[in-house]
Design a protein around this ligand. Sequence first.
Ligand code: ARG
Length: 657
Amino acid sequence: MNILAELRSRFRKALTTLDPSAAEFAEMVLPSQDAKFGDYQANCAMPLGKRLGNPPREIAKRLVELLNLGDLCDPPEIAGPGFINLRLNNDFLVSQLQAMVANDSLGVAPVSEPKTIVLDYSAPNVAKPMHVGHIRSTVIGAALYRVLTALGHRVISDNHIGDWGTQFGMIIYGYKHLVDEPAFAKEPVAELSRLYRMVNQLVEYHDIKENKLPAVEKRIIDAAHQVEHLHDATELEDPKARKAHNRQLQQAENQLAQTREMLDDLRRKLAAVDDDAHLSALAAEHVDIGTAVLAETAALHAGDAENRSLWEQFLPACLASMDAIYQRLNVTFDNTLGESFYHDRLAGVVDDLDQRGLATDSEGARCVFIEGIDAPFIVQKQDGAFLYATTDLATIQYRVNEWTPDAIVYVVDHRQSLHFEQLFATARLWGYDQIGLEHVSFGTVLGEDGKPYKTRSGTAVGLEGLLDEAIERALAIVSANDDARDEPLLSSEERKQVGERVGIGAIKYADLAHNRTSDYVFSYDKMLAMQGNTAAYMQYSYARVRSIFAKGNVDLDQLRQHASQLQINEPAERALGLALLQLSEALERVAGDYRPNHLTAYLFDVASKYSAFFENCPVLKAENDNLRTSRLLLCDLTARTIAYGLELLGIQVVERM
Ligand code: ARG
């Protein structure tokens, strides 16, 4: 049962009796921040009082009279200006916990109105090395998939891989001109990613030299003039004007500094090629590489036989290396319909937009202009090429025809916000206005230096290396902890398995526990810490509970037969029991705004309440057998809740660590 939802529904009835339009205020019933205000608190009397022109305390009183909560709560208390404090009664808590013992889904009830939701996540550009941001999309998306499914929704995952873009033009060009045949024969994917990196670097080199560098140099001159000009401005008497002037100067100086940094960055990139004899020779030889790569891509799209056959040869190898990562992360997809799947539908999309008068000509390109957004949404370039935007429109059309979803949810990093804003607006104009379109965006993964995290460049390891390192470090920590015991517990086999689960778990949990919209710093030390809101701590908490069963020789099947003995006496038991009953609420919160960190926060809360319980309430040494059974039942529910919650997050538990 979702207790919060139940309370809200009871409040909704009482509220609408007072005022038929007051249903929305039921959302103001919330879990209390502080146990001294009860378990839940309702603040709705204040706004309703205002609306009805009555003192809030009076409204609160009438609400309490109308509310029918006797089976759930002690008599509600009215506090302060009109807060209604609710404390669940112990009989109710106990009966719910007892019912939970026999319930496989731990009391998580399916939603009353299941939805069909297409989840678009992971979606790397194949043939390009995957980066840390792809783990984020993959891990968050996979967690949302499981949580939404657990709540009874019909969820369809679709991995919209980039398998048709310029990166293929790059590797085709690279393969034709720069391939190392023996290396390709031995390890095609590694060679292709080397080619991708090299061609990309050469394209960028020429682009910087011809376009970017001159542009930035010009901006520096302008910015420097601006600063100079502001410095020269006459002394200002008026303090307000002086302040404004100083602020302007400060801004101009910042601007100048930033532009200089950009310039340095560009120069570093040039130097990386210039200082390398081999690369600089290549750069001199392949002057028109930028145009040539675009031509290779265009030829592929136009059906050129040679390029098409190279693409068909490269793609399976790229997909296999991508799958290797998914296997390690234990992620699967219902569908993998990449960009290439849509290529022959793109002309139709543009035609259709044309026919409906939605596309406009702008300097030879076909664009959709959207009210309130300056940048046009380009669906076909001057040269006839279709874009990422066109493909995404075709994808919406396909998904709607195929699955008639209520919502399509995209887990993609925040830099694509504008794209999705334009895409959704265009889709609505195009007629898809009944479907929830949602960009679940996330921030950047930063290195300890505060800059976007880079996996050690120059090697082909990339993400694999990242996972390896996490596992290696986890293994070292687990082994050291075990060695520190009087008698080590774990065999080397077991250590290996624990290291694997703790290492991968750490990376996933760190991604999930941070509020997805903020950037976060990738730190092995932090994510592998045994204390705090980490996977290792959660896994340890689970193992700690399980060790009690081992120590007490507890037969869990038998224990669960005695659910009726579960009772609540001590405050620490009550706090733990209440937390255990709030899993549904945590999952609904995750589904509400697509933020898995609600679930990590919940699990951390359960683990903390368990710690307090464990300190205050002897389990195996409880005063009598009934109490022992009752407490063991609470332990069992705790272990199951942690394991289930972690499973929804894609993290495996361990029996001992
Ligand atoms: N392949 C894109 C990238 O790596 C992400 C695709 C996200 N999904 C979508 N339907 N646009 O940036």
